[in-house]
Ligand binder design. Structure first.
Ligand code: CP
Length: 306
């Protein structure tokens, strides 16, 4: 299903964060400055405000970082991280669930397995919806924190060569990040097995697609690795394996630039061995910390306190 082709993207991001399409470069610059400010100077502008974390799919980073961001800003959180223990298990619709939560909260962070879930929610809900991942569609707040990470680690985004490797078909983080990078003078390269290529809607003339990393590791400024999302494939765990060796090696890192930034939205399931964690170019744990600040910025802006 196509994502965000409707007029919902006309909604300002401070009203609801549905897609990276809602952001201009100046919006992003403003958000990043806000994230910098909130990271450096603890404030409680959201005291008395409440956030719902409504997750229909598993999450560690997104759910806990929104929780941490909200509480650091003085607010409280209603966590519904396991919808099976909510009235969803009795057959309650997404629409009724968000209309219920809007009675108690000032914003709803929503992760859902359907691509149109965030749009459906925003149509019936008075409080801001923040899309925390919609099926194989987008993960806008992840892409914003990814961009912030690149900006922090490299001090620029323009002029960089960014290589994305992994399951580019199902990976919503790479879909959103690709769209964001189009706003900058970045060169994009995509590495995946043929079955997991970046969908055509995200490709542009001049994009380079590769079957393996060999040809591109040496001049990548950023290498963004993602896992294979078997849960989104027909057959799930029993889906056929791909003839593609994802695991990054020490040899790959030896060939990479000294200032390359290695990123991963996590969780990883073997694409980056732990022996590479101590490499100063491995930024995936710093990436999570940056995510806390960006999500603090998003919450402060969406809840209208700053
Ligand atoms: N990167 C990310 O979305 O992680 P979680 O699935 O743990 O939230």
């Amino acid at each position: 299903m196509d994502t965000y082709l409707s007029t919902e993207t006309e909604i300002p991001w401070r009203r609801a964060v549905l897609s990276v399409d809602q952001f201009s470069r100046s919006d992003i610059a403003e958000l990043f400055m806000l994230a910098d400010t909130l990271a450096a100077m603890p404030q409680k502008p959201l005291a008395g405000r409440t956030l719902a974390n409504l997750f229909y799919e598993a999450s560690t980073r997104t759910s806990s970082s929104f929780f941490a961001a909200m509480t650091r800003l003085g607010g409280t959180v209603i966590p519904i991280n396991e919808v099976h223990y909510s009235s969803v298990s009795k057959g309650e619709t997404l629409e009724d669930t968000v209309r219920t939560l809007e009675c108690y909260t000032d914003a709803i962070v929503l992760r859902h397995y359907d691509n149109d879930a965030a749009e459906r929610a925003v149509r019936v809900c008075e409080v801001p919806i923040i899309n925390a991942g919609n099926g194989t569609g987008e993960h806008p707040t992840q892409a914003l924190l990814d961009l912030y990470t690149i900006a922090k680690e490299r001090r620029t985004i323009d002029g960089l060569t960014v290589t994305m490797m992994g399951d580019l078909k199902h990976g919503r983080t790479v879909h959103s990040l690709t769209k964001l990078l189009r706003m900058y003078d970045a060169r994009l390269r995509f590495v995946s097995p043929p079955e997991l290529r970046m969908p055509a809607e995200y490709l542009r003339d001049g994009d380079e697609q590769y079957d393996d990393l060999d040809a591109v590791i040496e001049d990548s400024d950023v290498l963004y690795v993602t896992r294979v999302q078997r849960e989104r494939m027909q057959g799930g765990d029993k889906a056929p394996a791909f003839d593609f060796d994802y695991a990054l090696t020490r040899d790959d890192m030896d060939r990479a630039r000294d200032d390359m930034v290695l990123m991963h939205p996590l969780p990883r399931v073997g694409e980056i061995p732990t022996e590479l964690d101590s490499d100063p170019r491995s930024a995936y744990f710093r990436q999570m910390k940056y995510g806390l600040y960006v999500r603090m910025g998003i919450l402060a802006a969406v809840l209208g306190s700053i």
